[in-house]
Design a protein around this ligand. Structure first.
Ligand code: HEM
Length: 505
């Protein structure tokens, strides 16, 4: 005889199973339609996804930013893609990116710390950290950089000294073709190095060359397709050559920095601060013993902030300058106009920051170069809380890509987004005009903290070089043959190339 089914006769395991199924069902309802509350939580649309790979079949990992920009044409300004099982909300176009980063600064202001970024900084430092530690380190770094003259006359003097060294280096090639990438990177690095370590390095110093080569290689590999896959499936790390190179580079760079810190500590005099490291050590001294445990001024934050600022302050600057020079060789009529303006307004004396307002065309060329080179196309953010944005519900802890490529190339903001056109930044009378969609430094609470230093550096290096040299393709290469397609990493670099720097004197 069939026994009657009674709920109260279920075993403990069956109850647990039933409860789990019930929970899953509730989660499904809640996650999809929020039928429970009666409210519809519309999530941003996106391509249909497959189990495990998500939408990896429709994105090009070798040029993620460009392929996301293409998807935005179909799915709109706020859409979802799944990189494997990882859900990402993409924000595309000036209006939406600005709205999110400025008007929803708190909600979109966290950093998404992918497995690789965690490998690098373990949540310390500035670039790949969050919460109180990030807040304290960012604030400390900003005020220390300002104390060391960021954006002021003090750094102007230092940059001008470094311009002279760079010009000397270029002169050694006597107008013959050469790759300027290294020299430009040594010069840029010496500026941030002066602030962080209190010293400049000789361009011929092999240890210095090695440090920069390692950082550059790491930044390039961080954006490689295999590392993007690693971030989705971290267990494959040890099988990936790029991941192994990154970990080896990391170890070497930690060692370099520990040695520099130890050197500075051995000659440290708390009554006079030579650099960022000294200021940090002084700050540590002020922390009461009883508060030591909760203090953010520990050695991990010192090491990681140093490494962040050094790498962020070198590579971005060096790439921007390389792009500026490449654009000048590619578009000689704009180079003519910059040089005519420099000769007319400044003559042969050293250019200074205060000349900028009298050099509208040169300023426009610099801005247009930064727009078109788009060196940091996307750095991941994360939502700090549930948020309804542009009518869509985005859950707390969702990875968000504010796509800077989509801002710098926004077709509704720029008259000719894909061509080099300095007139984007000039009015009819030839006066310089600011454009809101010029956002290479991003915006909001995670915006680049080195922006004012970077702007000063780009202006002074670029104008000093153009006063001294005419940049041309190597003999036998036409301007058309100069390739503007980037090498893709975390940043976008120009392809290895040679230019001639022909003396104008
Ligand atoms: C032309 C040069 C530069 C460009 C285009 C640039 C661009 C950027 C961008 C797009 C971000 C990400 C912002 C975001 O997450 O929304 C960033 C962050 C950052 N930049 Fe720059 N940067 C440049 C130069 C510098 C320099 C010279 C320094 C150092 C003095 C620096 C230090 C940093 C730091 C520490 C962050 C992380 C900020 C945070 O997460 O709170 N950058 N930069």
């Amino acid at each position: 005889m069939l026994e009657e089914f009674c709920f109260w006769q279920l075993s403990g395991t069956s109850w647990a199973l039933l409860a789990a199924l019930g929970l899953l069902f509730l989660q499904f309802l809640y996650g999809n339609l929020s039928l429970i509350s009666g409210e519809t939580r519309k999530e941003p649309p996106g391509p249909k996804r497959f189990p495990l790979i998500g939408n990896l079949h429709v994105v090009d990992l070798k040029r993620l930013d460009a392929s996301l920009l293409a998807l935005s044409k179909k799915y709109g300004r706020v859409f979802t893609v799944h990189l494997g099982p990882k859900k990402v909300v993409v924000l595309a176009g000036y209006k939406v990116v600005r709205e999110a980063l400025i008007n929803y600064a708190e909600e979109f202001g966290e950093r998404d710390i992918s497995p690789l970024f965690f490998d690098f900084n373990k949540g310390h430092g500035i670039l790949f950290s969050n919460g109180d530690s990030w807040k304290e380190m960012r604030h400390f770094a900003l005020s220390t950089l300002k104390d060391f003259g960021m954006g002021k006359r003090m750094s102007e003097t230092k940059i001008i000294e470094e311009c002279r060294c760079l010009i000397e280096e270029f002169e050694k090639h006597k107008g013959e073709p050469f790759r300027n990438a290294n020299a430009v990177s040594y010069a840029a690095s010496n500026i941030i190095s002066g602030i962080m370590y209190g010293k400049r390095f000789e361009y011929s110093d092999p240890a210095f060359q090695e440090m920069l080569a390692k950082d550059h290689e790491s930044i390039r590999l961080m954006g490689s397709a295999s590392i993007l896959i690693y971030n989705v499936f971290p267990w494959i790390g040890p099988f990936l050559k790029n991941w192994r190179i990154l970990m080896r580079n990391l170890e070497i760079r930690i060692e370099d920095n520990k040695n520099i810190i130890a050197d500075l500590e051995s000659s440290w005099d708390p009554s006079s601060c030579r650099c960022f490291v000294d200021v940090f050590l002084n700050r540590q001294l002020k922390v009461e013993k009883s508060e030591m445990e909760n203090s953010h001024y520990h050695e991990h934050n010192l090491l990681n902030s140093l490494m962040n600022l050094f790498a962020a302050g070198t590579d971005t600057m060096a790439l921007t300058l390389q792009w500026c020079l490449l654009f000048m060789a590619k578009f000689p009529r704009f180079q003519d106009q910059v040089q005519e303006e420099l000769t007319r307004v400044v003559g042969s004396r050293q250019v200074r920051v205060e000349d900028r307002k009298d050099l509208p065309f040169t300023d426009a060329v610099i801005h247009e170069s930064q727009r078109l080179c788009n060196i940091v196309p996307l750095i991941p953010h994360k939502t700090s809380q549930d948020v309804t944005f542009e009518g869509y519900f985005i859950e707390k802890d969702t990875t968000v890509f504010p796509l800077l490529t989509s801002v710098l190339f926004d077709e509704s903001e720029w008259e000719s987004p894909h061509t080099f056109n300095p007139h984007h930044f000039l009015d009819k009378e030839g006066r310089f005009i600011k454009r809101n969609a010029f956002m290479p430094f991003s915006a909001g609470r995670r915006a680049c903290l080195g922006e004012s230093l970077a702007r000063m550096e780009v202006f002074l290096f670029f104008t000093s070089l153009l006063q001294h040299f005419r940049f041309t393709p190597p003999p036998g290469v036409t301007e058309d043959e100069l390739d503007l397609a980037p090498v893709v990493g975390l940043t976008l670099s120009p392809r290895p190339h040679q230019l001639c720097a022909v003396s104008r004197q």
